[in-house]
Design a protein around this ligand. Structure first.
Ligand SMILES: NC(=O)c1ccc[n+]([C@@H]2O[C@H](COP(=O)([O-])OP(=O)(O)OC[C@H]3O[C@@H](n4cnc5c(N)ncnc54)[C@H](O)[C@@H]3O)[C@@H](O)[C@H]2O)c1
Ligand SMILES: O=C(O)C[C@H](O)C(=O)O
Length: 249
């Protein structure tokens, strides 16, 4: 069930997590243990959490992901527009947390190729105020703006992001580069274990396994933003577990 104009992803939670409970059970019954899952339907992180929970025992939780690649691509596009470059020139943006209005799009560790030089994104953008306000809110609200304009959810850009996500999970990330993927937390950056949280990840194309990029320094601004999206995901997880317990499916 998609979100419509004026709805928040939370409004979808009770209806959609029950669908993902039954999907998880079906995966446990019929699929191979090597199956890998990308959840796009919203609330994507929490749906993936529920789907993984009901497929547990058959498919490892690390094979479940939720799509934040669309947000990642939107962040690349905003930085490229601002710096007069192309999306291929911008590397290593990060989407932290939930695929929702609380996500934290972060360019602290990003770089931009300008001509033959590679510079850090803060230098290339040269507008710290925009990075900490306009940029973040544009990326956070992009999905809602598209629904407002189209009266439908994003379509082609979401499909492109799903292809990018699957492409990199299969072929691996390029040396020195990472992508954003919502996957079960291993406790990195203080995020509760098991929460499906968007992190910067590298992927080994040989093993097809992702690894969270560890130990990136976080300033107080980043820590506060990450705390907000973590809290929302914890609340969604608790509401979803309750809805699933109550659902007779
Ligand atoms: N993660 C992202 O970046 C991202 C981007 C775009 C859309 N979305 C989400 O993807 C989802 C789909 O959006 P859409 O625009 O393609 O919607 P849509 O209405 O075009 O498609 C929804 C589909 O779900 C099916 N469906 C309805 N109830 C079902 C049930 N009980 N079990 C199985 N299938 C059921 C419908 O038949 C329909 O085919 C929405 O939740 C939307 O919010 C996420
Ligand atoms: O369907 C939505 O809620 C919006 C979608 O997730 C998007 O980010 O475009």
């Amino acid at each position: 069930m998609p979100r419509r104009e004026g709805m928040e992803r939370k409004d979808l939670l009770a209806a959609n997590v029950k669908i993902f409970k039954s999907q998880g059970k079906a995966l446990a019954e019929f699929s191979k243990p090597t199956t890998k899952v990308i959840v796009v339907g919203n609330p994507a992180n929490t749906n993936a959490f529920i789907c993984a929970k009901y497929a547990a025992g058959k498919i490892p939780a690390t094979n479940f992901s939720a799509m934040t690649r669309l947000d990642h691509n939107r962040a690349l596009a905003q930085v490229a527009l601002k710096t007069g470059t192309t999306i291929g020139d911008v590397k290593n943006v990060i989407i932290w947390g939930n695929h929702s209005g609380t996500q934290f799009p972060d360019v602290k560790h990003a770089t931009v190729n300008k001509g033959s030089n590679t510079v850090d994104a803060y230098t290339a953008i040269n507008d710290a105020n925009w990075i900490q306000s306009g940029f973040i809110s544009t990326v956070q609200k992009r999905g809602a703006v598209i629904i407002e304009k189209r009266k439908l959810s994003s379509a082609m850009s979401a499909a492109k992001a799903a292809c990018d996500h699957i492409h990199d999970w299969h072929f691996g990330t390029k040396p020195g580069e990472w992508v954003s993927m919502a996957i079960p937390s291993d406790g990195s950056y203080g995020i509760p274990k098991g929460l499906i949280f968007s992190f910067p990840v590298t992927i080994d194309g040989a093993t097809k396994e992702w690894k969270i990029v560890k130990d990136l320094p976080l300033d107080d601004f980043a820590k506060e933003k990450i705390q907000i999206t973590t809290k929302e995901l914890e609340e969604e997880r608790d509401d979803a577990l309750k809805a699933c317990d109550e659902a007779n499916i």
